[in-house]
Design a protein around this ligand. Structure first.
Ligand SMILES: Cc1ncc(COP(=O)(O)O)c(C=O)c1O
Length: 403
């Protein structure tokens, strides 16, 4: 008979056989998967046979998430990574290397911009930043030098600009660039960029896909060959998603559309209210007729979604007073959650940008980004109304004249 510890290891690691299909995806919390014999182990390790050997090379729960999101996007294949930034790094890194060039929208999520402008630059990848609404400027940037990647955001962070994906992907392809789209703010419930010509779509699953601010994850979807390249880069760089995190994102996906409906209904009400409120210089919500991209948004998005931005006439002072007076929203820096989250991008998500870069990206000192949560709309409306009064009281005299 084997010794106690040998038996303990065997006894406590024997996976149960289950003949009935579970109605949720099990969490395969295992670093390693054992093969029947040396032949099978070799075949699975080299990828000649489908299967699992080591969770950085593949894990059933993580693969189930990647497949689910690929299906929602109408993609051939998907890959799930540790965070949205890991997915973005993998997507762009699978396409561009030393000597290559990226043309990207200038109002990018701050960390993505930093990845391009600092990290990838150190590896010899050059980036140019353009206004995606100015198609002449985009074309000029693409034509200026051979470009490997055109990188866009469906709805931009934090200015809520909506990219004309069909026109921009056509431009990118005409100049030989692969088009990568960050669809985080929209989620597949609102927009599926592959349908508009994108080559790879990335999302921070930390946001709407999971929806509860309790997990970090990232997704890339596209053709099988492009996702094979993403997977190969991941094997050599890591950034592996944990099975429990994959489970939490899978747990969010069935309610994505329902959550989105509620996010959008409340956001639309809030946007209309803010647009008429004193002290508010500007409201940016895709489905407001005053939004510069209203026509594009109406074609591209199933609804306006849950993200809006407002600019307080009283500048940074008023913005701070507004945030401090809010009772319901969380003072934190994420989005796409059950909670309403209000951030002041110049001092949080876009802190890496200089004053000139903030200005060029259209981020005014009084800009606030609101991720509208699932709380009761009446409660949120009342809270925002009282916070606006606090902002008016704190801001300079000029803020009283805004409308
Ligand atoms: C548009 C967008 N893309 C990517 C990310 C990065 O996602 P993660 O924090 O999961 O790495 C964020 C995070 O806020 C984001 O807002």
């Amino acid at each position: 008979m084997d010794g106690f510890t040998t038996r303990a290891i065997r006894a406590a690691t024997r996976a149960p056989r289950v003949d009935q299909r579970p109605t949720s995806v099990p969490i395969y919390q295992a670093a390693t998967f054992s093969s029947a014999d040396a032949e099978e182990l070799g075949a699975v390790t080299t990828g000649a046979t489908a299967g699992y050997v080591y969770s950085r090379l593949g894990n059933p729960t993580v693969d189930a998430l990647a497949d689910a999101v690929a299906e929602l996007h109408g993609a051939e294949a998907g890959f799930a990574a540790a965070t949205g930034m890991a997915a973005i790094h993998l997507a762009v890194g699978s396409l561009a290397g030393s000597g290559d060039r990226i043309v990207a929208t200038r109002n990018l999520y701050g960390t993505t911009r930093a990845l391009f402008a600092t990290v990838l630059a150190r590896f010899g990848v050059e980036s140019a930043f353009v206004d995606p609404a100015d198609h002449v400027a985009v074309e000029a940037a693409l034509a200026a030098a051979p470009t490997r990647v055109l990188y866009l955001e469906t709805i931009s962070n934090p200015t809520i600009a909506v990219a004309d994906l069909a026109a921009l992907t056509a431009l990118g392809h005409r100049h030989g660039a692969a088009v990568v789209v960050d669809n985080t703010f929209a989620s597949p419930a609102l927009c599926r960029p592959l349908e508009h010509g994108a080559d790879l779509v990335v999302e921070s699953a930390t946001k709407y896909l999971s929806g509860h601010s309790d997990v970090l994850a990232g997704i890339a979807v596209g053709s099988r060959t492009r996702i094979d390249d993403v997977r190969a880069l991941h094997v050599e760089t890591g950034g592996t998603l944990a099975p429990f995190s994959a489970f939490l994102v899978l747990r969010g996906i069935p309610t994505l559309a329902l959550r989105m409906e509620r996010h959008a209904a409340t956001a639309a009400r809030l946007a209309a209210f803010l647009e008429a409120a004193p002290g508010v210089a500007r409201v940016l919500y895709p489905m407001l007729r005053s939004h510069p991209d209203y026509a594009v948004a109406s074609r591209l998005l199933a609804s306006g979604g849950g993200m809006l931005a407002l600019e307080l006439a009283g500048g940074a002072t008023a913005a701070r007073a507004f945030v401090d007076a809010l009772r319901i929203p969380e003072r934190t820096a994420s989005l796409g959650s059950i909670h309403t989250i209000v951030v002041h991008p110049p001092s949080t998500t876009h802190r890496q940008l200089s004053a000139a870069e903030l200005d060029a990206a259209g981020i005014a000192p009084g800009l606030l980004r609101v991720s509208v949560g699932l709380e009761d709309a009446d409660d949120l409306m009342a809270d925002v109304a009282q916070a606006l009064e606090a902002a008016l009281a704190a801001g300079p005299e000029a803020s009283r004249t805004g409308g």
